[in-house]
Design a protein around this ligand. Structure first.
Ligand SMILES: Nc1ncnc2c1ncn2[C@@H]1O[C@H](COP(=O)(O)OP(=O)(O)OP(=O)(O)O)[C@@H](O)[C@H]1O
Ligand SMILES: [Mg+2]
Length: 361
């Protein structure tokens, strides 16, 4: 049996940890409507850390939200809570989401405060849209793979026969067979890209920044457009297990697209952060590495945005449309997620790689 003091201590332990574990985003505002506290779910929802949001005014953090300072002021004055299941919240100038918000008057340190509880309600919709996209992508990829596989075998036969024939021909005639061999090799290259990565990743525990440094170096070696790579790293990111070659290839495909799209002398930003409570392939992942590749180019053409990751979707006249599909496969092999948000003037590709307890060092 617990006595009263023990029970109180026992309860306090749970209370202290509770806010950190909640899926609901919790924000505490003081009387002046500045942010005093937010739990990790709120940090994830707002995409900013407690340190950056502490003491900021509600109106500055939620500039165009449909709950304004006046409604919140009323909560403090009347002591009555309100619940609104359709609050539109805008973060930055390119991301809006719908949330269910409960605001209640409360006291901390004997001072009046407001407790805000936010639940993102379009997340569920987004998860099913993502699952649908994923299915579509997989069937398009499988179709192309099947086709590529069927082309590969006869192509091998064709090349082999041309090689045998070469031996029977004089040097002038051999020009024809070497032409056949050369073209067969070109096709073989294409077919291999269509088939996509076929080896399982070789996982090794290491730091993601090693790969980003390599990508930066590769860009600087072949830099006709004089593009500047800005590195915005979070050095505290833990090491995780991944295949460096594959992740590098996935990032390079994205970076190369950006280089092709932007003006000479422009910038590409490589940003890393630790993100909490992200949804990856329909599953909630507590901690993940969030890697963003950002450019300020013209944006993804509108007509290919929905099918961007499908194989053979290209907005360039000489593009094969395989780069992003390959990147998607490589990131999936790491149980991660690759997504993109784009509008003219800003394109951001985001790679999420889960940090699991086994992979964390
Ligand atoms: N950062 C970007 N800015 C503008 N458009 C982009 C960007 N990234 C990708 N795109 C568009 O997406 C298309 C698809 O890219 P993807 O890498 O899959 O194929 P590709 O570059 O056309 O061909 P491949 O990579 O196979 O040579 C590109 O053709 C381009 O139109
Ligand atoms: Mg490409």
């Amino acid at each position: 049996m617990y006595n009263r003091t023990d029970l109180f201590k026992h309860k306090a332990i749970y209370q202290q940890q509770l806010a950190n574990q909640l899926v609901t985003a919790v924000i505490v505002l003081d009387e002046k409507l500045t942010i005093q506290y937010l739990n990790p779910s709120a940090e994830a929802l707002l995409g900013k850390s407690y340190r950056r949001l502490f003491n900021l005014a509600f109106d500055d953090v939620f500039p165009n939200s449909t709950i304004g300072a006046i409604r919140l002021q009323q909560v403090i004055e009347s002591g009555q809570e309100f619940n609104d299941s359709d609050v539109s919240i805008q973060l930055g100038d390119h991301y809006t989401f719908t949330a269910e918000v409960t605001a209640s008057a409360t006291e901390f340190n004997q001072q009046p405060h407001i407790l805000l509880e936010l639940k993102q309600i379009d997340q569920q919709k987004q998860i099913s849209a993502e699952a649908f996209q994923q299915q579509q992508w997989e069937s398009a990829r499988d179709l192309i793979r099947g086709l590529a596989h069927e082309i590969k075998n006869p192509l091998g036969g064709l090349r082999g026969a041309a090689q045998l024939l070469t031996k029977e021909l004089n040097s002038e005639q051999q020009e024809y067979t070497s032409m056949i061999i050369e073209q067969a090799d070109r096709l073989r290259n294409l077919v291999d890209r269509l088939l996509g990565p076929n080896q399982l990743p070789k996982m090794e525990v290491q730091n993601i920044h090693i790969v980003l440094e390599k990508v930066t170096q590769l860009v600087s070696f072949d830099n006709e457009k004089n593009i500047q790579v800005i590195r915005d790293y979070d050095p505290s990111i833990p090491d995780i297990a991944f295949d460096a070659d594959k992740v590098q290839q996935a990032i390079l495909n994205i970076v190369n697209n950006a280089i092709q799209a932007i003006e000479p002398e422009s910038e590409i930003t490589l940003k890393t952060r630790v993100a909490s409570n992200q949804t990856i392939n329909g599953q909630r992942v507590k901690l993940s590495i969030m890697l963003s590749i950002i450019d300020r180019g013209p944006g993804i053409p509108e007509d290919i945005q929905d099918t961007l990751f499908y194989p053979m979707v290209s907005g360039r006249s000489n593009g094969t449309g395989l780069g992003l599909s390959i990147s998607q496969t490589l990131i999936h092999q790491h149980h991660g997620k690759l997504s993109c948000k784009s509008r003219p003037g800003r394109t951001e590709f985001t790679i999420l790689l889960p940090i699991s307890d086994e992979t964390k060092l």
